[in-house]
Ligand binder design. Structure first.
Ligand code: NAD
Length: 490
């Protein structure tokens, strides 16, 4: 039976007054798995008001860090206990493989545990200042946090925001992407079982331009934390200007993966495949532009294609599949359109480029691992985020040219360098204008490190202590230890 999803507002599961519902599809089969509500502007405004009341009541924000940590640990344990169900829901709704989904759920558990741990750390400073004055610098919750997330890591991107926002004592409203609400609903069922005060966390589903826009515009929302495309991010910034709310943006990328002649070839090949084809390339930090030095270029391309050809594409629930489906028909068409653009621009389609059919795959949205060579920096397939299993391989001469090509983009999210010369690798990676970088690796990162981009890839950082700081205000309290008149006007 098709599941009817509901909003979670004020600790209750509620229907929307809007009768129009969205069919939630499994992209590997195109079967309808649920129907999601689509909140109206008025419903969203009402939910924000409730979140504000809850914040002002102090029922969560006034709880001690130790008490808040205990709730976060409870939520982590509940996620852990429901790992299999969350993994399978993510596979069904997003199309990713079981292995990818399982790693997302594990990371969700770790993220809640990490922020619970941070709550046991000192979170402020004390200064001895002039005379008898002493200054305390303390951190406080911001208020109501509006959290808007994309479809590529539906659970994990939600948790990257929810865990630090709750840790800091805020009231939160989560808006999942229209097409991938399944794991968010399950997460809120688990939150409902925890001791988080009812009303401190709200789940509201619906269209970006209605629900997301209302959150971004609302004078009662104090921070909007958004992960998604750069275009919508720009829009969110404008909408947020009304009440000068804090804005945190994790946006798109077109990240360079630079491979020098002296790289360990097997390592470079392996991570360069992982860098783009993990998640079917629907990963913001994907290494979608591979740059290879001229001495290694031919051998690299030949071996890369041989290996990419062998990637087994199929439904995520099949243990055999190494790369899953594209999330939706709309996105699937957009990727195929970019492949067409690449051909028309004169790039050499060295591998793939088509929909995969046969063995029942024609029922879903599957695209072959696709490799373009002979590309130039002015081509759209090199400049624009395709967000699919499509990679370009470009040749460079020397260090100077590698850096020039790497940084010739409006984005600055991620980047990598492969070389056995550690000095050179470090020299180059320091010149790559991006927030998340690797030397002789790709995609491996951890909760302790800040995640975010330079340039048009975003503002602010997720994860780590920086991620907690996004959801906190900083206050100075100046204390006169020897109260006596200042006599300024005498
Ligand atoms: P998107 O920008 O289309 O949508 C993201 C979210 O914004 C969705 O919930 C959507 O409903 C909402 N939205 C849409 N229009 C809105 C509006 N006018 N006002 C407010 N909210 C609105 O992005 P997507 O297609 O879901 O996700 C893919 C994008 O996300 C890619 O560009 C990818 O690089 C980026 N991304 C970035 C990171 C990162 O950490 N930097 C992580 C994951 C994804």
């Amino acid at each position: 039976m098709t599941k009817e999803l509901k909003h979670y507002i004020n600790g209750q599961w509620v229907d929307s007054s809007n009768p129009n519902k969205l069919n939630i599809i499994n992209p590997a089969t195109q079967k309808v798995i649920a129907r999601a509500p689509s909140a109206t502007k008025e419903e969203t405004e009402e939910a924000i008001k409730i979140a504000k009341r809850m914040f002002e009541s102090g029922i969560w924000s006034d709880q001690s860090p130790v008490a808040r940590a205990a709730v976060l640990l409870q939520i982590a344990d509940l996620i852990q206990e429901n790992l299999d169900e969350l993994r399978d829901l993510e596979v069904q709704n997003n199309g990713k493989t079981k292995r990818e989904a399982e790693s997302d759920v594990e990371e969700a558990v770790n993220t809640f545990r990490y922020y619970a741990g941070l709550l046991n750390m000192p979170n402020g400073q004390v200064y001895e200042t002039s005379g008898n004055m002493q200054t305390l610098i303390i951190k406080e919750p911001i208020g109501v946090a509006g959290l808007i997330v994309p479809w590529n890591f539906p659970l994990l991107m939600s948790v990257w925001k929810i865990a630090p926002a709750l840790a800091a004592g805020n009231s939160i409203l989560l808006k999942p992407a229209e097409i991938t609400p399944m794991t968010a609903v399950k997460l809120f069922e688990l939150i409902d079982q925890s001791d988080l005060p009812k009303g401190a966390a709200t789940l509201i589903m619906g269209d970006g331009p209605v629900v997301g826009q209302t959150i971004a515009e609302s004078v009662d929302v104090d921070i909007v934390s958004f992960t998604g495309s750069t275009g919508v991010g720009r829009h969110i910034m404008q909408a947020a200007a009304g009440n000068m709310k804090k804005v945190s943006l994790e946006l798109g990328g077109k990240s360079p993966n630079i491979i020098f002649d002296d790289a360990d070839l097997e390592t470079a090949l392996d991570y360069s495949l992982f860098g783009i084809f993990m998640g079917s390339g629907q990963v913001c930090s994907s290494g979608s532009r591979i740059l290879v030095q001229e001495g290694l270029y031919d051998e690299f391309v030949q071996k890369y294609i041989q290996k990419a050809k062998k990637i087994r594409v199929g439904p995520g629930h099949d243990e055999h599949s190494q790369m899953g489906a594209i999330v939706s028909e709309k996105h699937f068409k957009s990727i195929l359109n970019y492949i067409q653009i690449g051909k028309e621009e004169g790039a050499n389609l060295a591998l793939g480029g088509s929909r995969i059919e046969g063995n029942g795959l024609e029922d879903g949205f599957f695209i072959e691992p696709t490799v373009f060579t002979d590309v130039t920096t002015d081509m759209r397939i090199v400049r624009e985020e395709i967000f699919g299993p499509v990679v370009t391989i470009q040749k460079f001469k020397d260090e100077e040219e590698a850096i020039k090509i790497a940084n010739d983009t409006e984005y600055g999210l991620a980047g990598a360098v492969f070389s056995t010369d550690q000095n050179k690798a470090l020299r180059i990676i320091k010149k790559v204008r991006a927030g998340i970088t690797w030397v002789n690796a790709y995609h491996l990162t951890n909760i302790q490190a800040p995640w975010g981009g330079y340039k048009q890839s975003g503002i602010g950082r997720s994860l780590s202590t920086y991620g907690l700081d996004e959801y906190q205000e900083t206050k100075q309290i100046n204390i006169n230890l020897d109260p006596a008149p200042i006599r300024w006007f005498e």
